[in-house]
Write a protein that binds this ligand. Structure first.
Ligand SMILES: [Zn+2]
Length: 144
């Protein structure tokens, strides 16, 4: 389920779980067996798009977004108040895109399509030049 007033990412429905003939089912990656709720178009662990519906064990629990938010804020405290799902997604999407120069790869990590990842999560304002700048600051120059 998505939080109230939120829209699922493009290509993802809000069907986190289904009841099929009185059996609660959930999506599972056929390649690595990771379970997903909410849904994602691909496995975040192995990038497989082979997701299947399997019966849920019922061992999980439902947590309201409000209760999760309260616990999350308490765990972050003042020092990490900037850490939000959005900053994590932006940081992760940008890191993957910068590392591989591949917004499609970052989009798959985020569970979005490339257009959504580029519009909302990949920061293209400045490339990550820290390694080059740190070498430059140490006086190391590129070999010509
Ligand atoms: Zn997988």
């Amino acid at each position: 389920m998505f939080p109230p007033n939120a829209q699922p990412p493009d290509g993802v429905s809000d069907d986190s779980a289904r009841c099929v003939e009185d059996t609660l089912t959930i999506r599972r990656c056929a390649a690595c067996n990771k379970l997903f709720a909410p849904l994602t178009p691909a496995c975040s662990a192995c990038a497989s798009e082979d997701l299947e519906w399997v019966p849920s064990s019922g061992a999980g629990s439902i947590v309201s977004w409000h209760n999760f938010g309260r616990s999350w804020r308490a765990a972050r405290g003042e020092n990490y108040s900037w850490v939000t799902p959005r900053t994590f997604r932006r940081g992760g999407g940008t890191a993957v895109d910068n590392a591989y120069g591949d917004p499609e790869r970052a989009a798959r990590q985020l569970g979005n399509n490339k257009a959504v990842a580029k519009a909302h999560y990949i920061d293209e304002t400045a490339p990550d030049n820290r390694e080059v700048l740190e070498r430059w600051a140490r006086g190391e120059r590129p070999k010509t």
